[in-house]
Design a protein around this ligand. Structure first.
Ligand code: HEM
Length: 157
């Protein structure tokens, strides 16, 4: 079962890398950007830093997905996705799908363009909206991490 141990280790590394970054963007970067005197500068700083983190998030989501899928296949976990006690398996898939859609489809296709246009018009409101969306993503992710970590270690809900 060394392969499963390795998959768990890589999975946890990916989650720390990815969700830790989301927490940093939400609780440190966005408040710092919003506190800048000129909201145009705040938005520009946010976009520069977040643009670099997006590549980290893309790599980490791929690693989390590959290691997670490997465990599901080898351990034969598909039936558990339909058992309410294992809701955290569905939550992991949901959070992962949400981020994959945002990072690989929405951002390159239209979010960048939308940020350019709306950001030029209303930078302060755009930063406020971005912060709300990041909080939602972070809260769902934290609930999922807690549910999965407790669930895999025997907590029965
Ligand atoms: C395609 C996406 C994903 C799949 C298929 C997947 C699958 C899995 C599997 C099969 C396990 C081991 C379950 C067991 O040992 O019974 C696991 C563990 C875990 N996953 Fe995921 N996962 C995915 C995404 C995520 C995401 C997005 C998060 C966090 C937001 C996450 C957090 C965790 C945590 C914290 C554990 C517990 C590790 C431990 O304590 O051993 N996973 N995942």
């Amino acid at each position: 079962m060394n392969d499963i141990a390795l998959a768990v280790a890589l999975h946890i590394l990916a989650i720390v890398w990815w969700i830790g970054g989301v927490a940093m963007v939400t609780t440190v970067l966005l408040p710092a950007a919003r506190a800048m005197d000129n909201p145009h500068d705040g938005l520009a700083m946010f976009r520069r830093i977040e643009g670099r983190f997006a590549w980290h998030a893309r790599a980490a989501t791929l690693l989390a997905g590959a290691s997670g899928l490997y465990m599901v296949l080898v351990l034969g976990l598909w039936p558990y996705f339909f058992v309410p006690t294992y809701w955290w398996l569905d939550a992991m898939l949901l959070v992962w799908t949400l981020f994959i859609v945002v990072l690989f489809i929405a951002e390159p296709l239209f979010v960048e363009e939308w940020l350019e246009e709306r950001g030029a018009r209303a930078p302060a409101q755009t930063l406020a909206l971005l912060q709300r969306l990041h909080w939602i993503a972070l809260i769902i992710s934290v609930i999922t991490v807690l549910g999965a970590a407790a669930g895999t270690n025997g907590w029965v809900y």
